[in-house]
Design a protein around this ligand. Structure first.
Ligand code: COA
Length: 187
């Protein structure tokens, strides 16, 4: 089982494993309508949120983290190892999906970008995955920008491929990056 990639500092942002004291502030953030407007799973039941966050350190595939700046918990970074798609014989667990939510009170300060870079570094340099993907609604300009600033490639613009609770069928983007692309950008 891979060991935890955390803690890791990206500039002033400390990425670390979640703990009990993070639950209350992060549950408020996760269920803030400004935040969950662009999440696939919109609101999260508080007891489910608590269980999922506290299970992360024991998981063999979930390496999500929380982000702290100056001692304050400000964001969640999602990092989950998965299988790709393929025929029998395909190596397992070579991909990871990433995502993030930043407390709106701290948005626009580079935290989302730092979390994305930290998740990619953890996935490629620590967990040794081959490929990382991330998706967002096409209307989520800030998220698309964060992924592009982190060096990911837009691989798909899915026309009306995504269901949005208020807007109906909308466009979605998928971004990807391979380990050798990460290494080329961080030599
Ligand atoms: C998306 C999110 C993570 C961004 O976090 P953040 O800490 O504000 O991000 P950063 O400050 O690192 O960078 C944001 C970038 O997006 C840009 N941006 C902000 N709003 C934008 C918009 N509507 N369209 C295009 N770019 C936008 C900013 O200018 C900045 O780019 P720059 O550094 O080149 O100026 C945060 O807003 C969030 O948590 N949103 C709600 C949850 C969410 O959408 N999660 C992702 C689901 S896919």
């Amino acid at each position: 089982m891979p060991t935890t990639p955390w803690p890791k500092n990206i500039g002033p942002v400390l990425l670390r494993e979640p703990r009990e004291a993070d639950i209350a502030p992060l549950e408020m953030v996760r269920n803030d309508p400004q935040v969950n407007r662009f999440m696939l799973r919109t609101s999260v039941d508080p007891s489910t949120f608590r269980r999922e966050l506290l299970e992360i350190p024991q998981s063999a595939t979930d390496f999500s983290c929380v982000a702290e700046v100056d001692g304050e918990t400000v964001a969640i970074g999602f990092l989950e190892i998965s299988d790709g798609m393929g025929q029998p014989g395909m190596p397992r667990g070579t991909e990871a999906g990433i995502g993030y939510v930043v407390d709106p009170a701290h948005a626009g300060r580079g935290i989302g970008s730092a979390v994305a870079r930290g998740l990619l570094a953890a996935a490629f340099e620590h967990l040794g995955v081959r490929r990382v993907t991330a998706g967002c609604f096409a209307d989520n300009g800030a998220s698309a920008r964060v992924l592009e600033k982190a060096g990911m490639r837009r691989e798909q613009h899915g026309v009306q491929d995504s269901w949005h609770a208020e807007l109906g069928w909308v466009d979605g983007y998928t971004y990807g990056m391979l380990a050798h692309e990460w290494r080329a950008q961080h030599r």
